[in-house]
Ligand binder design. Structure first.
Ligand SMILES: [Zn+2]
Length: 179
């Protein structure tokens, strides 16, 4: 494999796991929209790994992470496209992305981030009806172990510990700073 092919292979490994969201969602479909369920149940935030709530949006840990600290930012309303998202919610989503970067850098030493959206089934959206942004922490040299993360089942206990740590660090940093 030449250098260019190796790079392509690596990129495939990095991005392909996003598609798993769609596959997993098929099994979950009959339970309805999980983001709406989580959004409507503030009393279950710690169980649902919800980190923050704003006026229009909320941030949560992805239950099926493909790196440690993989978080989601979503509007509270069931909106599928950016064209249906109000300016307030749009702004708040990116404020949360900014604050998550700050939090994840401090709490788990993230060195970089992939921030992105899958819009529409063909783009890999597992939940095409409810828009959400992925914030995926990255580290220098992490490409070698990325494919492993894409296929392992993360223990709920590990996620719970990470959630507690992020909540503690967020409090220390006085985050989120929502205007
Ligand atoms: Zn929804």
């Amino acid at each position: 494999m030449n250098e260019s092919e190796q790079r392509t292979e690596r990129n495939a490994n990095i991005w392909a796991p996003w598609r798993i969201e769609y596959i997993r969602s098929l099994a979950d479909e009959e339970q309805g929209c999980f983001l709406c369920r989580y959004g409507e149940a503030p009393s279950r935030d710690s169980e649902n790994l919800v980190l923050w709530r704003g006026t229009n949006c909320f941030a949560l840990l992805n239950r099926f992470p493909y790196t440690s600290g993989h978080t989601l930012v979503s509007p509270l309303s069931h909106v599928g496209g950016l064209e249906n998202l109000g300016g307030g919610a749009m702004c708040e989503m990116f404020e949360m992305v900014r604050d998550l970067q700050c939090l994840l850098s401090k709490a788990i030493g993230a060195e970089g981030f992939n921030v992105g959206m899958n819009i529409g089934r063909c783009a890999g959206a597992g939940l095409p009806g409810h828009l959400h942004l992925h914030v995926v922490p990255r580290w220098h040299g992490d490409t070698n172990f990325m494919p492993i993360f894409g296929n392992v089942t993360v223990l709920p206990q590990a996620l719970g510990e990470l959630y507690a740590r992020l909540c503690r660090t967020a409090a220390e940093l006085n985050l989120p700073k929502l205007s």
